[in-house]
Design a binder for this molecule. Structure first.
Ligand SMILES: [Mg+2]
Length: 233
């Protein structure tokens, strides 16, 4: 096992209309008594706990109350997402299944680094048969900071699969916040423009490489094998 390849979920592996946004709205209403809309595009790349905190602070809630009620809010969100999944539309982005199948066949270790709560990630990816590809993950239920999620995924790869971290971790993501988290954690990053961000957004933040999709499996494999964290420093 010489490389660990980490993937963000929304905008990187899948897209579509799910109950994720509504889960936040329900959490805000039931736990904080706040009725508000959520501009989904502006919170892409944030972890679920960051989204909750950001929106509530904006509405004048105090950090103490947000922290105290966080777990209750996450529980409402998980329940809400679970209830919505039958009518959700989760679409796998082009090339994803081929790439994951190929990496798996070549014994790469695969991981998720997502702001999604683990239950939401499992339900979302489970609906389209992607969950079982992944060996490890760092999730929005683990921590509020995305860079900590990268470190957690690597740590879990070590614990569960004897993975030894030596500039051999690559992170795919569709937002500047994914790239930033990868940089802070010390891993190579590849931006993909299948989310709401442009090539320029991802290049400006300093992604190790940027691709327009994961569709060309051979090219992506070459990139994975040629990019090292050291190259970027
Ligand atoms: Mg994303």
């Amino acid at each position: 096992m010489n490389k660990l390849v980490l993937f963000d979920i929304d905008g990187t592996l899948v897209t579509g209309k799910t109950g994720h946004k509504q889960a936040f709205i329900n959490g805000f209403k039931e736990v904080f008594g706040l009725e508000t809309e959520l501009d989904w595009d502006t919170v892409q790349g944030m972890t679920d706990q960051q989204i909750i905190t950001t929106i509530l602070l904006r509405h004048g809630f105090l950090e103490e109350e947000i922290k105290r009620k966080m777990l209750a809010c996450l529980a409402v969100m998980e329940k809400s997402f679970q209830e919505s999944i039958l009518t959700s539309e989760v679409k796998i982005l082009g090339g994803v299944v081929e790439l994951l199948t190929n990496l798996k066949a070549k014994n790469y270790l695969l991981g998720l680094v997502t702001g999604n709560l683990i239950k939401i990630a499992r339900i979302k990816l489970g609906k389209v048969g992607l969950w079982d590809f992944f060996d490890v993950g760092g999730f929005g239920s683990d921590d509020i900071y995305r860079s900590n999620l990268v470190k957690l995924a690597i740590q879990r790869a070590g614990e569960k699969h004897n993975f030894v971290w030596d500039k051999n971790v690559i992170l795919f993501g569709d937002t500047p916040l994914d790239v930033k988290a990868g940089q802070e954690a010390g891993v190579a990053t590849i931006g993909v423009t299948t989310g709401v961000h442009t090539r320029k957004n991802l290049e400006d933040i300093g992604a190790g490489a940027v691709v327009d999709s994961l569709e060309d499996t051979d090219d992506i494999l070459k990139l994975i094998n040629s990019i090292y964290y050291d190259d970027l420093n």
